[in-house]
Design a protein around this ligand. Structure first.
Ligand SMILES: [Zn+2]
Length: 247
């Protein structure tokens, strides 16, 4: 059987790049409930002041200076060996693509913070352009095409996941031979349920996470080592296995 490696990547994959886990136990959302309003759809759409603060937060976000780390690079390296790889990510930082993985191999369950979307006409621009306009004195920049409210192309609290992206992710979970959940506590649905889908369809399930997850009992292997070394080591063994099989 041809190998298809699916990698579900969570916030833990980006922490080595200096991006904090906002949802985690020590995350911003827990410390400052008011901050959660900045990424909640109804508040954002209703209140220009929330949008102004939300854009300020985006401008200060460490993701703008973040570079891919060895975990991202290892995934790209595995894909470069000819092994079929698909990344399903809960991260919105675009670091898998910055590490050289083609866009079509990355499914972004929660969207992408580097792209801006008009909530009225769906026009797409870059977050960099929006931040430039904010720096030039527009605290809540409107769509240049229709005047509509702009937001990053991320899934905010109160918004549903893109059903097409989710459907594609389920299909990959069903078809893959190896499913690696890495840096995710597997607490957020429906992303976490993909683990069960993959296991039901016979994939070898590997979980890499510092803390226990609800799916550990289902896994063929649970790894508690730091992601920056554990993922490259694991993916290197997969490359070796693939090379043996292909002769
Ligand atoms: Zn528009």
């Amino acid at each position: 059987m041809k190998q298809l490696v699916a990698i579900l990547s969570g916030a833990g994959v980006s922490t080595d790049s200096g991006i904090p886990d906002y949802r985690g136990p020590a995350g911003l959302w827990q410390r400052d409930p008011d901050a959660q309003k900045l990424v909640t759809y109804d508040y954002y759409m209703a209140d220009p002041d929330i949008r102004r603060r939300s854009w300020l937060m985006r401008g200060e976000h460490p993701a703008w200076r973040a570079r891919p780390n060895p975990a991202h690079t290892a995934v790209t390296a595995l894909a470069a060996t000819g092994t079929a790889v698909r990344v399903i990510t809960q991260n919105v930082d675009g670091l898998h693509q910055l590490a050289g993985l083609p866009d079509r191999k990355v499914l972004e369950l929660h969207g992408n913070a580097r792209t801006v979307l008009c909530t009225s006409c769906d026009d797409r621009t870059t977050t960099e352009q929006a931040l430039d306009r904010i720096a030039a004195g527009e605290p809540d920049p409107a769509c240049l095409r229709c005047g509509g409210i702009l937001k990053t192309a991320t899934v905010m609290f109160g918004q549903a996941l893109d059903s097409e992206v989710l459907g594609h992710a389920r299909a990959i979970a069903q078809a893959c031979t190896v499913f690696i959940a890495v840096g995710t506590s597997l607490q957020v649905q429906p992303a976490a349920s993909l683990v069960g889908v993959a296991a039901d369809h016979g994939a070898r399930l590997i979980i890499i996470n510092a803390e226990p997850t609800p799916y550990d009992d289902l896994a063929d292997e649970v790894i508690r080592e730091p992601i920056g070394t554990a993922l490259p080591t694991l993916l290197a063994t997969l490359t070796a296995t693939t090379a043996e099989h292909s002769g």
